[in-house]
Write a protein that binds this ligand. Structure first.
Ligand code: IFM
Length: 450
């Protein structure tokens, strides 16, 4: 068997995308509650107010996970549900929800992986400057302490933040995600620097306070390049593309991961960003440089590159008619070979795929079942590439499918369905798709059925 015996087969969700109960039990507002109230910010002006109602239906959802045979479930805590003002008084009712969820998971034999922050930033703190405020790393560390103090007697796996490229880049540069700002690059990079400091402070907090030995990870977007051919020149070009910063935006690997894992910002980024680069205070890098125990990474697709005449990477466009998901993302299974391989070689930590999956056009058929052969094909192809990476010596410890169930896909609202389980938002009926049954077999055979 190529997959190690203790390989972690999981699925993932995030608080705002599934919980609902947006204004219940003392929860404070998040920037996504705010964003969903802006006219036309979200497809069809939809909101996460109810979402999958997971807050009330988590028992049924854990039973579904058990039915699929998940070994682990990655979910996030809503920061403003626990701390309505972002700091200060703890909302015990909100915190109690995660207590119940963790207990239900453990009773079902499912290992909880907690993401502390998956984008639902407290609105109260946004009003105080959000990630631009130099106090924001401290706010985050204090929040981490509350979660760790309450849950670390039962939870070992912690991921401080999900996809900083998105909550900083889409949220503060493009303005398409909450809080919907379009700031100058210098301000965006200052916010990014604070988020990196927050990551470091949270890791320190987790390691100092956890009641059981913690395993800490990360979950950036994996910006993957794949060589057009197996030639050494193309492979070197793809590696170079993955480790370089070539444009004045935040879609890259190294600006985010070099500080955390290597203790420095990459030179090419500093050069390219120039005067927009953040001021790094004395001691900042020591705080940020808290290498996690595993390199968690979210990978959905990659770009194909070849070596140009000077050896530098040149993008090779996908051929006309190349396979696309419903979200118009290219289907590129090799991303799950080259992405983990590069990240393992550069950062030297075991890799866990913290997200991978696809949006499909799924609906209940006349027979009442939800047939999603494309998701099965997509996932089988990607997992085969992950298997190839493991066979080639990449230390991959786990895979989380995105997502357990259809949910609120941010600016896309409910238009994109990523789930193994179909959700009828009018009735909240859950229907496991064919892919859920297929994934159950993959898990039961530890990947032997691929
Ligand atoms: O739904 C998102 C998730 O919240 C973060 N990673 C990508 C997923 C699909 O877009």
């Amino acid at each position: 068997m190529v997959f190690p015996g203790d390989f972690i087969w999981g699925a993932a969700t995030a608080s705002y995308q599934v919980e609902g109960a947006a204004f219940e039990d003392g929860k404070g507002a998040s920037v996504w509650d705010m964003m969903c109230r802006k006219e036309n910010a979200i497809w069809n002006n939809q909101t996460g107010d109810v979402a999958c109602d997971h807050y009330h239906r988590y028992v049924e959802d854990v039973a579904l996970m058990q039915h699929i045979g998940l070994k682990a479930y990655r979910f996030s805590i809503s920061w403003p549900r626990v701390l309505p003002d972002g700091v200060g008084a703890v909302n015990q009712k909100g915190l109690a929800f995660y207590d119940r969820l963790v207990d239900a998971l453990l009773a079902a034999g499912i290992t909880p992986f907690i993401t502390l922050f998956h984008w639902d930033y407290p609105y109260a703190l946004y009003c105080r400057g959000g990630w631009l405020n130099a106090d924001s790393p401290q706010w985050f560390a204090d929040y981490a302490a509350v979660a760790v103090d309450r849950l670390s007697d039962r939870v070992q796996h912690w991921i401080p933040q999900n996809e900083p490229q998105c909550f900083i880049g889409l949220g503060h540069l493009d303005g398409t995600h909450a809080p919907g700002d379009r700031l100058a690059l210098a301000e965006v990079l200052r916010a990014a620097h604070h988020s990196l400091l927050a990551h470091g402070r949270a890791v320190q907090t987790i390691r100092a306070r956890a009641k059981s030995k913690p395993q800490v990870g990360c979950a950036p977007v994996g910006v993957v390049s794949m060589p057009a051919t197996d030639s050494p020149a193309d492979i070197a070009a793809a590696m170079k593309a993955m480790e370089s910063i070539a444009a004045r935006h935040l879609w890259n690997n190294t600006w985010w991961s070099d500080p955390i894992f290597l203790g420095r910002y990459p030179h090419d980024g500093l050069k390219l960003f120039g005067s927009a680069a953040p001021k790094v205070g004395p001691g900042d890098m020591q705080i940020i440089h808290q290498p996690p125990d595993f390199f968690g990474v979210n990978i959905y697709h990659g770009a194909c590159v070849k070596a140009g005449p000077d050896g530098n990477p040149v993008t090779v466009p996908q051929p006309d008619g190349h396979a696309l998901t419903a979200f118009r993302w290219p289907v590129t299974p090799e991303a799950l070979y080259w992405g983990p391989k590069f990240l393992f070689e550069r950062y030297g930590r075991p890799v866990i795929i913290t997200e991978n999956g696809m949006a499909g056009l799924d609906w209940p058929a006349l027979d009442g079942q939800v047939h999603d052969p494309q998701r099965i094909d997509y996932t089988a192809r990607y997992l085969r590439e992950l298997r190839r990476a493991i066979a080639d010596g990449v230390d991959v410890r786990g895979y989380f499918h995105w997502s357990l169930m259809d949910n609120f896909e941010w600016a896309e609202g409910y238009r994109q369905r990523f789930g193994l389980v179909h959700v009828d938002y009018a009735t909240q009926a859950r229907t496991p798709k064919d892919s859920a049954r297929w994934y159950a077999r993959v898990i039961a055979t530890n990947g032997g059925d691929l």
